[in-house]
Design a protein around this ligand. Structure first.
Ligand SMILES: Cc1cc2nc3c(=O)[nH]c(=O)nc-3n(C[C@H](O)[C@H](O)[C@H](O)COP(=O)(O)OP(=O)(O)OC[C@H]3O[C@@H](n4cnc5c(N)ncnc54)[C@H](O)[C@@H]3O)c2cc1C
Length: 428
């Protein structure tokens, strides 16, 4: 059943994984306890796969949000395409836990004591044999070097929209009440959640403007010369489908914003003068995405971080660089060149579940024989999408190969199947 579900949503990804289920009988081990913090794509995936591989493990998943709301497909929700609504993005944790049979605590993790191997919420303290941290990303507004007051204003008036559901609802409201002018999307420096998301969002907003005859322009401010993902494909789409609606401004750094005069200040590379020059751009609405870093769970557990603020791991594993009993999955990891995607989180979760199960059985696990895969879809209109598939092999360090699909209706259909397959696999 597990294998069938997994194959259903990603032929490419599953083909790159060597799946060898090892079932454990009750007498083999004495019910180890695995605590998973964060029930997003990574946490739900690893909980499901561990339970599937080994019914005798005790699993407790801790999550602070009341419901699961998906980020994948949230850009389609903004543009009201593919029948995506807030309801279709939202899933009930209680139903999932009942179906898969692991324990769930709906509270925030507020303390992690690695010496005692304990995790605490406001009402529980749990001991663990293995701890898996799946907290995702955190916004790093401090890195913008703006006043605290302005950062607060940014959060309220120009939400980043990488965390569901309120920021997505705010963005949708901004789009629906937009009367015309510039809609600014600022892409952050460094690694961030879902590299193609801002460009997909630009396409979805432009599609909305086009179909609702709104005289608006999406201005994409990007510190890079080209989009961070699917660059050729997005630039082609901006030039063809949305020539009147999207203005991609590469080598452009967001500096500050003035909500009173409605102007954004940027530093833009002047190719004639060969230097960065300041300029201001008027706006009606803005979606300013600050730099990202690993969620606070990593610091709470006093684990090692990279200089960019992501969790350091012990290669080639997903164990923390300084503690073998702690694993870090999903967007928070910064050791490997993996895109911060739901599919990547899911693929890594399967590997970690297999590894932990091997460890419990005292069997060696070779990461090098269990390569990871990723596939990431982006909608560019109400009928078409483009995808990128990655495979990662160990030679001896991780080598990435990628393949981009055509921009077409078939890819949009595959995207829907992928989403339905993944969500039904991990949420039931
Ligand atoms: C607009 C957008 C579109 C995207 N589209 C795609 C796509 O098409 N395909 C794709 O593969 N990926 C896509 N992604 C990326 C994908 O959403 C992320 O990569 C994925 O969610 C990462 O999973 P995660 O489990 O690491 O983090 P998350 O899914 O963010 O989950 C982290 C969880 O941890 C919880 N948590 C954090 N701290 C605590 C605490 N102290 N106590 C308790 N709980 C805590 C949070 O509440 C959250 O539920 C998209 C992202 C965005 C923003």
């Amino acid at each position: 059943m597990f294998r069938r579900d997994f194959l259903k949503y990603s032929a490419i990804t599953s083909a790159s994984l060597f799946y060898s289920p090892l079932s454990v009988r009750a007498k083999d081990i004495s019910a180890p306890h695995i605590v998973i913090c964060g029930a997003g794509y990574a946490g739900l995936s690893v909980a499901k796969y561990l339970k599937e591989l080994n019914h005798n493990i005790r699993i407790t998943l801790i999550e602070k949000n009341k419901q699961f709301v998906s980020c994948p497909f949230s850009n389609a929700y903004l543009a009201e395409v593919y029948d995506v609504t807030l309801q279709t993005l939202t899933f009930d944790y209680a139903k999932t836990m009942k179906k898969f049979g692991y324990s769930f605590i709906n509270e925030e993790v507020i303390n992690i004591n690695r010496n005692k191997k304990e995790v605490s919420t406001s009402t529980h303290t749990l001991s663990y044999d293995f701890l898996i941290l799946c907290g995702g990303i955190e916004y790093d507004y401090n890195a913008l070097n703006l006043s605290t007051k302005l950062c607060e204003e940014l959060k309220q008036k120009a939400p980043a929209g990488l965390k569901p559901p309120f920021e997505h609802q705010q963005l949708k409201h901004m789009i629906e009440t937009f009367k015309g002018g510039n809609f600014i999307i600022s892409v952050p420096n460094g690694n961030y959640k879902c590299p193609p998301a801002p460009y997909e969002r630009a396409c979805m907003i432009a599609h909305y403007f086009k179909t609702h005859s709104i005289k608006g322009k999406v201005i994409l401010l990007d510190p890079r010369e080209k989009p961070a993902a699917k660059s050729k494909e997005f630039l082609d789409v901006f030039e063809t489908l949305y020539k009147e609606y999207i203005d991609f401004q590469g080598l452009t750094h967001f500096k500050t914003i003035d909500f009173a005069t409605k102007k954004v200040t940027v530093e833009h590379f002047d190719k004639d003068a060969l230097e960065y020059k300041e300029k201001s751009i008027p706006f009606e609405c803005a979606n300013i995405i600050p730099p990202n870093k690993a969620n606070g769970l990593i610091a709470l557990a006093s684990l090692e971080l990279t200089s960019e603020g992501w969790a350091k791991l012990k290669e080639p594993t997903f164990q923390s660089s300084i503690d073998d009993s702690v694993y870090i999955l999903g967007d928070a990891q910064g050791q490997y060149p993996f895109p911060k995607s739901a599919q990547m989180a899911n693929s890594s979760a399967l590997q970690v579940a297999l590894e932990i199960n091997h460890t419990l059985l005292n069997r060696p696990f070779d990461y090098r024989n269990n390569s990871l895969g990723n596939i990431c879809y982006s909608f560019v209109s109400n009928t078409q999408a483009v995808s990128i598939a990655h495979t990662f092999t160990y030679e001896p360090h991780i080598k990435t190969t990628s393949m981009i699909s055509p921009i077409d209706e078939g890819t949009a259909l595959s995207a829907k199947l992928w989403y339905e397959g993944l969500t039904s696999t991990i949420l039931g």
